[in-house]
Design a protein. Structure first.
Length: 348
């Protein structure tokens, strides 16, 4: 690639990272970062990895410094538990002129180790959104995120889809639109980056419970009820975290929730489905290629909801299924008996 050509950087060669790389490659050059040299070599020589074909103008590197020097706009798309470490490695190479538009759905920890997550009382000071981590670990000011019903497998198959780009900065939004938009991929916009990030993280929790119900073959009616009431809990939690309710009613909220909580292509749904079929958490995690973000998010939100004194019965029940002493049948009986008398109260 000519070093003077505009090149867009992507950090993370997982499923969604590859999908975004192919989207952007329809409009220009892409430099894709992978931690593993053998993976980068395979991308550069075969343009196919993990069953996904990459466009010829996607090239790979194992150097974060190269990404920062060649790319003004960078899309970090790595698991939430690795996001801070990645930003600490990338941060020294960044300047205020960079645009960072992340595609990570989850939370980062402050002053807590991952191995202590299940055993520590968590408050708001212990948790950061990805946009906050970028500010904490770099000099970058122009920050955005992408979120929505973005099942990577469907995007890589060329099926029509869309996403939401959120940022406080209009130039970031315009940059993301110009890079991502194509005849089969729509880009919507918002200035509520907090709401967009929270919606993208929280829907993974509801998707796990929906998957459990699917695996137990309890019917679409119950799944629909759980998704609807789960959305109300997402909104309630979002409010205490500083998000606007309307952020959850659009592409990154209910749109992403429906796709993730109903599709077998969703890792979180598949995880729940296998739980519903009788496998244990340990058995499922033992042969999962990629992390199930909803599991980690569930622990964080469960503890944060108690600290913030916001009642989330569906999320609390799921926590007790996975980390407590509730069987799935007991959880269903509890939810069916719970006094959800008011149908819609989150638009008041």
């Amino acid at each position: 690639m000519n070093s003077k050509e505009k090149v867009v950087g992507i950090i993370g060669a997982g499923n969604f990272g590859k999908a975004v790389a192919n989207l952007i490659a329809q409009n220009g050059k892409v430099l894709l970062y992978s931690r593993k040299q053998e993976k980068a070599d395979l991308i550069n020589h075969a343009h196919r990895i993990d069953g996904v074909d990459l466009l010829p103008n996607v090239r790979a590197t194992t150097s974060l410094q190269e990404i920062s020097e060649r790319c003004k706009t960078i899309f970090p798309i790595v698991p939430s538990r690795r996001f801070r470490r990645m930003m600490q490695d990338l941060g020294p190479f960044l300047t205020p002129s960079h645009f960072l538009i992340h595609g990570t759905k989850g939370f980062a920890l402050n002053q807590i180790q991952e191995e202590d997550l299940e055993f520590t009382r968590i408050s708001r000071k212990h948790v950061s959104l990805m946009s906050e981590v970028i500010r904490q670990e770099s000099s970058v000011v122009r920050i955005g995120c992408i979120s929505g019903p973005n099942l990577a497998s469907e995007i890589n198959q060329g099926k029509p889809a869309g996403t939401l780009v959120a940022s406080l900065y209009q130039e970031v939004i315009q940059e993301a639109k110009s890079l991502l938009r194509s005849p089969l991929f729509r880009v919507f916009t918002s200035n509520d980056i907090v709401g967009t990030e929270l919606a993208g993280a929280l829907k993974n929790i509801i998707a796990i419970l929906s998957g459990i119900l699917g695996g137990r073959d309890l019917g679409r009616n119950l799944q629909a009820l759980v998704i609807t009431k789960g959305l109300a809990e997402m909104i309630a939690f979002g409010k205490v975290m500083g998000a606007e309710s309307k952020a959850f009613m659009g592409t990154a909220g209910i749109g992403d929730l429906i796709a993730t909580a109903m599709s077998p292509d969703s890792r979180n749904y598949r995880f729940g489905y296998r739980l519903g079929r009788g496998e244990t958490v340990e058995e499922i995690n033992a042969n999962n290629d990629e992390l199930v973000e909803g599991l980690r998010t569930l622990i964080i939100v469960y503890h944060l909801s108690r600290d913030q004194k916001v009642h989330l019965p569906i999320i609390q029940v799921l926590y007790r299924i996975i980390y407590g002493n509730f069987t799935i049948d007991e959880a269903v009986r509890y939810l069916m008996a719970y006094p959800f008398d008011t149908d819609v109260d989150f638009l008041d």
